[in-house]
Each structure stands twice: as structure tokens, then as C-alpha cells.
Design a protein around this ligand. Sequence first.
Ligand SMILES: Nc1ncnc2c1ncn2[C@@H]1O[C@H](COP(=O)(O)OP(=O)(O)O)[C@@H](O)[C@H]1O
Ligand SMILES: [Mg+2]
Length: 261
Amino acid sequence: MAGSTLTIKDLHVAIDGKEILKGVNLEIKGGEIHAIMGPNGTGKSTLSSAIMGHPKYEVTSGTITLDGQNVLEMEVDERARAGLFLAMQYPSEINGVTNADFLRSALNSRLGEGNEISLMKFIRKMDKQMEYLEMDLDMAQRYLNEGFSGGEKKRNEILQLMMLEPKIAILDEIDSGLDIDALKVVSKGINQMRGGDFGCLVITHYQRLLNYITPDHVHVMMQGRVVKSGGAELAQRLEAEGYDWIKQELGIEDETVGQEA
Ligand SMILES: Nc1ncnc2c1ncn2[C@@H]1O[C@H](COP(=O)(O)OP(=O)(O)O)[C@@H](O)[C@H]1O
Ligand SMILES: [Mg+2]
């Protein structure tokens, strides 16, 4: 089976009437790993929230399609069922729902009616992935994200990724707040998903993660647009030289767009 393609064309997104994304173009194909880098407050998280259909993020123009299907017409759960996955920068805590129950219902929803996974198979698969991610098996029975440390939340997002096996994943700051061991484990999970048909957009403020996951494409986002794209070497140059050279190259004024949400 050929991989899926997520296509974003001239996307404009507003929050409370204020335009944040000002014409984003991006195409992610199955089998590819893309990285988006950029200063704080330039709209990286806004892009991921808009792709997943967060109601606060209003798409004012432009298109998002998955294999030609109009994503913008889909409800949030339909987007997940269609094979999109978002690891949020700040995963929510859900009191009263265990991690295992959450994962199982998310997985069954993804697999669709009539194709649900048996409880035994589910437990086996989850245990295997938790071991791979060096997670304490007790975490399965804890309420989702409640009291999880920053690193545990991020590992748990990768557990969800490995369980749900989406077509296209967007990982927003999956590396922030991780110590080096956790960073290695998280990268190991992403790299295991890599290859085949899995497409991934990694959003990161730092180049550090990209030492472990070599992206096929790197994009720089500034002031609500993708202003530059290149290969893995672009991330290295950003790490060494920061963003000023891009601003100069493009003649971008050094205005503050906003603060990180
Ligand atoms: N839920 C929100 N409510 C109001 N403003 C927001 C919200 N989310 C983001 N913003 C604003 O949108 C801009 C872009 O934020 P964000 O997409 O989080 O940037 P990044 O992820 O690149 O740091 C910022 O000015 C931020 O304050
Ligand atoms: Mg962000």
C-alpha cells in the first residue's frame, strides 16, 4: 500500500479574529520525516492544532487534504480515524480515565467497528511497546497524564503513536523538557515507526532532537509562514547560527509576533 499524503495549501488561521497563520504551504508524504523549526510564537502549535481541528483555531482560507479528502470538513474524531495523529505540546490530563482504557478506545475507534482488537491482544501489544519505551507498566493503570512528569507525558504520547500507528503524525515539541535518556527513548520510538508508509511532522524549537532523528526535510516557520525549506543541514545551520541570517536573507523585520502560548 502506498503511503498517504497530507497537503496544506495557503492555510490562513485566526485565533479570536487575529490572523496567526498567513499562508502555510506544506506537503508530507508517507515515508517522509519533516521537521518544522522556528522561534517561539511563530505559529507552529497553531498549525498542528488547525490540522487536528481544534475549535479555537479558525481556518479562514486555504485547504488541508489527506489523500485528496477534505480534512477541514471532518470532525476531530474523523480526522483521527482517517489516520492523523497529534502529540500535543501540552498533553491534557484526564481524571477518571485510565491510560489503558483511553488507549484501547482510541485504538478501537481507529480500527473501526467490527475490527476491534481483543483485550488480550491489546494488553500484549501495550506491554510490548511500554517495555520498548522503558516505561513503568503501572503507568497503564494510572489516570491519563494525571501527575505524569513532563518526560512521562512525552513518552506516553509516543506510546499512543506506536499503538495507534497513524498514517501521518504531528509531534509538537515532543522533545521539550526531556533529559537525554528520555530524548533517546522518544527518538527510538519515532525511528521505529519510520520507514514504510508512516509520515511524520516533527515540530521543535531546538535542533537537539534532530541529532537522533534525521529529517528528510526541514522547514523554517516565521511570522505565520514557512519561509525556508531544505534538508537536514538546514537544522544544523540554525543550531549554529540562529535565525538572524534567514531574517536578513528574506528582509524580515525583527518584530515580535507574540509569545508562546
Ligand atoms: N489558544 C490561544 N489563544 C490566544 N492566542 C493564542 C492561542 N494559541 C496561540 N496563540 C497565539 O498565537 C501565536 C502563535 O502561537 P503558537 O502557535 O503557540 O506558536 P509556537 O508554537 O510557534 O511557539 C502567539 O502569538 C500566541 O500567543
Ligand atoms: Mg508551540
